[in-house]
Write a new protein. Structure first.
Length: 389
């Protein structure tokens, strides 16, 4: 009886362990009696993907790879991968499916980003295409495998070797810095001077030291920043002149008009409008302006040499004295003309004399007119009298 109980317990333990093993296998292998969704995805390269690799949707386990096959009939995406999903998956038109590395130790997985578009991708309407980018190590290997890259690396290494040899020989700036004692002494003196300047600053010597140590300068700087902060706060609150200027629509309009005028001016200058624009854009005007500047330079050189009347006035003291006397005489004449001492001055400024002269001129004009009118009568009587003589 005891033996039968022992066999029964042993059998229950065995079958219990077998059931747990089957359950664990089913859980780990995603075994299910329900039909699962299978999706075919085409990739340009498998990148070492194999059957049984995990499939993730937004980082969550969602299925496994059930088949990886080469399709020679396709031109670009020649790897067909069947993905067995545990749940139904809806793809959007902006979906993204990528083969990536499972870890640094190796292995591959498939990452699916279903997309965020409102438009749903209809399975069967077109091929589902994924991406298979090279991992960093694979990309580095491909880069090193190129012939041009090898040549470039060889040239770089040769250049570095040449630089090291030049430095060892004491050539170049770095070589002289390592080999030349004078440069070392200069660098040492510079560091010592820098240390001395830092020590003086800490001791309060010099402008920098006073600024660091003197509390008055610190208080002044603190007051300045406090005033600046107060001005900014007022501007933000709408107080003060700056805030008024910033909030004044008329001021903003004037600023806008100014900017527009500057823009139009720059456009006119670019198009060659106006004198300044022609000077910038028109080669003929620029040449004429250069010629004018050349003439000015020649005139300035002539003045410096003492040629011409103006140069004589600038350099000859006797000429300057004579010009001064001439100007003084002109001044006296203009003064006399402005007064009533001279005849011309009385003619210009004395109204009564001007009236008398005007009256005399009128009388003379009338006399001449009378004589001209009486001349024919006098001639007639002269002829008539001559007949009777």
């Amino acid at each position: 009886m005891v033996k039968i109980k022992q066999d029964t317990v042993l059998g229950l333990v065995f079958f219990g362990g077998l059931i747990l093993l089957l359950y664990g296998t089913a859980v780990l292998s995603n075994f299910s009696l329900k039909p699962k969704q299978v999706v075919e995805v085409y990739f340009p390269d498998a990148r070492g993907l194999k059957v049984g690799d995990q499939v993730f949707v937004l980082g969550t386990p969602y299925g496994i790879v059930s088949d990886v096959r080469f399709e020679p009939s396709n031109i670009v995406n020649r790897i067909k991968v069947k993905i067995q999903l545990n749940k139904e998956l809806t793809l959007r038109v902006d979906y993204r499916i990528v083969i990536t590395a499972a870890s640094l130790l190796g292995g591959k997985i498939i990452q699916i980003e279903p997309g965020k578009s409102e438009k749903i991708f209809q399975l069967g309407s077109a091929l589902i295409v994924g991406e298979a980018p090279a991992s960093p190590l694979e990309a580095l290997g491909e880069w090193f495998s190129k012939g041009s890259t090898k040549e470039s690396l060889t040239a770089i290494l040769e250049g570095l070797a040449q630089i090291v040899n030049e430095v060892r020989s004491g050539n170049g700036t770095l070589g002289k810095l390592l080999k030349d004692s004078a440069l070392y002494d200069n660098a040492k003196a510079f560091v010592e001077g820098l240390n001395k300047a830092i020590a003086d600053a800490r001791a309060g010597k010099g402008s920098l030291g006073k600024f660091i140590v003197d509390p008055k300068l610190y208080d002044d700087a603190q007051g300045f920043f406090a005033s600046a902060k107060e001005a900014v706060d007022k501007a933000q609150k709408g107080d003060g002149t700056i805030a008024m200027l910033l909030g004044d629509s008329e001021f903003k309009k004037k600023v806008k008009n100014t900017v527009d005028n500057l823009e139009r001016t720059s456009e006119d200058l670019r198009k060659g409008v106006g004198l300044a624009g022609k000077l910038i854009s028109d080669p003929d005007t620029s040449k004429r302006f250069d010629k004018i500047l050349g003439n000015v330079d020649e005139a300035t050189a002539a003045l410096n040499k003492g040629d011409g009347l103006v140069a004589a006035l600038l350099h000859d003291k006797q000429m300057r004295d004579q010009a001064s006397v001439f100007v003084s005489n002109l001044k006296k004449i203009s003064t006399n003309l402005a007064g009533k001492e001279s005849t011309l001055g009385r003619l210009i400024n004395d109204g009564a004399l001007a009236d008398d002269i005007e009256r005399i001129v009128k009388q003379i004009s009338r006399s001449i007119e009378d004589v001209r009118e009486a001349a024919p009568v006098q001639t007639f009587f002269s002829v008539f009298a001559g007949v009777f003589q």
